[in-house]
Design a protein around this ligand. Structure first.
Ligand code: SF4
Ligand code: SF4
Length: 454
């Protein structure tokens, strides 16, 4: 039975533009630009150089510490290894591959002889080598989430909420690839040693729920689908855990603190493809929508495909389009160029026309308290804004700014159009910078002390 979570808002879901459109395959791009950072953690080290020949699924980037490897998404010749713009802002070291259009599979891609006979350790290793990360946008390495949760997690949840307006890639995947979702969920049940996996889906996707229930019944899979009332940000890990289990993740904590692990729908499909076909993450389903798009679509394309090609495939952008966003309208990042590649965490590309812009030149808080009433993390956004804008780092820490999930619910509801979420990103960076400076100062003091004593 679905439970409530605190706060949240009800934006118009705007999904009608694409929710009945099947996923289209993009014609093969002539060139892909694969950034070496598409995961939470340090960027990968490139394993190839200009002039090398690569094949689909070949590992071209290796991680150290927290991360996931990166693979070639097309076959062809490495044209360059150099910094290029990417969706997180600035430039990132990238491997640029000229597509030979042969789509030749690497010999590194090997399907296990009997996937159902694999041990848990073998499955986790496959997930790691396949470069799977949270494909809903969080991009946390999936193998780390699984190995860290085994023995501690008793509730495995698949996140099918897809609560951000416009985005319909997960919904279409439920309709078109339910076997992959249920198969991936079944392998997750095996890895965690749980009797059942719960898929949480908002009730504006009833046909997706029906499609998955049909497969669960046919395969007698250890999976149940839970229908949830629509409310943003239900797809936040902590909110989904509370909606499914009724338990709250403690401040500063993770879902594993209450025995939960949450995986995105497309992540679950990637787990299935890796374990059954040996296929690493090389493709992504992206919703291209918004009032600035001539013909909105759901498109599957190789990782590294330039966003400009996706826009072309949708008839281009309309006159008056003023904003391009990678991600949803609530949590996505505005882009200054379409010359960025699709990455593992890219779920949507949205373009908007000028007439929708609702900004205020010099917004002033009127202390209405609406932002407090909708914050799902029980924060007080109006005070966070004041502290961040004045650089008050200690106060930001005491007000738990690091618990802010940047969901944008407060900014959405604010009648004064305050730039709340943007300011919280700045505030969180201030806190991180201060923590790093304090650590460096403490280390320098310790080293000086040691020299003195030597
Ligand atoms: S919703 Fe906006 S105007 Fe109202 S208290 Fe919060 S920041 Fe101020
Ligand atoms: S952006 Fe942060 S402060 Fe605003 S509602 Fe979301 S969690 Fe709360």
């Amino acid at each position: 039975m679905a439970q409530a979570f605190f706060g949240g808002v009800h934006p118009h879901d705007m999904k009608a533009a694409t929710n009945e459109k099947a996923i289209e395959q993009l014609p093969a791009p002539a060139e892909v630009v694969i950034p070496m950072s598409m995961h939470f953690g340090a960027p990968c080290t490139p394993l190839v150089k200009a002039g090398d020949l690569v094949r689909v699924g070949q590992k071209i980037g290796e991680f150290r510490g927290l991360g996931a490897p990166i693979h070639a998404s097309v076959s062809g010749k490495v044209k360059a290894v150099e910094p290029r713009p990417y969706s997180m802002g600035g430039n990132m070291m990238s491997v640029i591959i000229e597509n030979d259009m042969h789509n030749t599979l690497s010999e590194e891609v090997k399907a296990p002889a009997n996937p159902d006979a694999l041990t848990v350790d073998e499955m986790v290793e496959i997930v790691k080598e396949a470069g799977i990360v949270g494909m809903g946008g969080a991009t946390f390495p999936t193998h780390v989430k699984i190995s860290g949760g085994i023995g501690k997690v008793d509730t495995v949840i698949i996140n099918g909420a897809e609560c951000e307006p416009y985005i319909t890639g997960d919904h279409r995947t439920m309709l078109e690839r339910p076997e992959e979702i249920i198969g991936g969920a079944t392998y997750l049940a095996k890895m965690f040693g749980v009797d059942k996996v719960v898929i949480g889906v908002e009730d504006n996707k009833q046909n997706g729920i029906d499609a998955m229930n049909r497969v669960i019944a046919e395969k007698h899979a250890p999976v149940v689908v839970e229908s949830l009332h629509c409310r943003y940000p239900q797809g936040g890990e902590k909110q989904l855990c509370q909606a499914i289990t009724g338990k709250q993740v403690p401040p500063g904590g993770l879902p594993s603190n209450i025995g939960c692990a949450v995986f995105n729908i497309n992540t679950t499909c990637a787990i299935f493809r890796a374990i059954v076909q040996g296929m690493p993450v090389v493709n992504k389903v992206v919703t291209v929508s918004g009032s600035g798009i001539v013909e909105p679509k759901n498109i599957e394309c190789p990782i590294g495909t330039p966003v400009s090609l996706l826009l072309d495939a949708c008839g281009g952008v309309k006159d008056g389009t003023y904003k391009l966003i990678a991600g949803g309208p609530m949590m996505g990042m505005a882009q200054y160029t379409a010359d960025i590649p699709v990455a593992k965490g890219t779920g949507a590309i949205l373009a908007f026309c000028e007439k929708e812009e609702q900004t205020v030149a010099d917004p002033q808080c009127i202390r209405c308290g609406k932002c407090v009433s909708v914050c799902p993390m029980h924060l007080e956004p109006l005070f966070l804004y004041q502290y961040a804008s004045k650089g008050m780092v200690d106060e930001l820490n005491e007000a738990h700014i690091m618990d802010c999930m940047e969901c944008g619910a407060c900014a959405y509801t604010c009648p004064a159009r305050m730039h709340l979420t943007h300011m919280f990103k700045t505030g969180k960076q201030l806190v991180k910078d201060k923590a790093a400076a304090d650590k460096a100062a403490a280390e320098a003091k310790k080293a000086a002390q040691e020299r003195k004593e030597a």
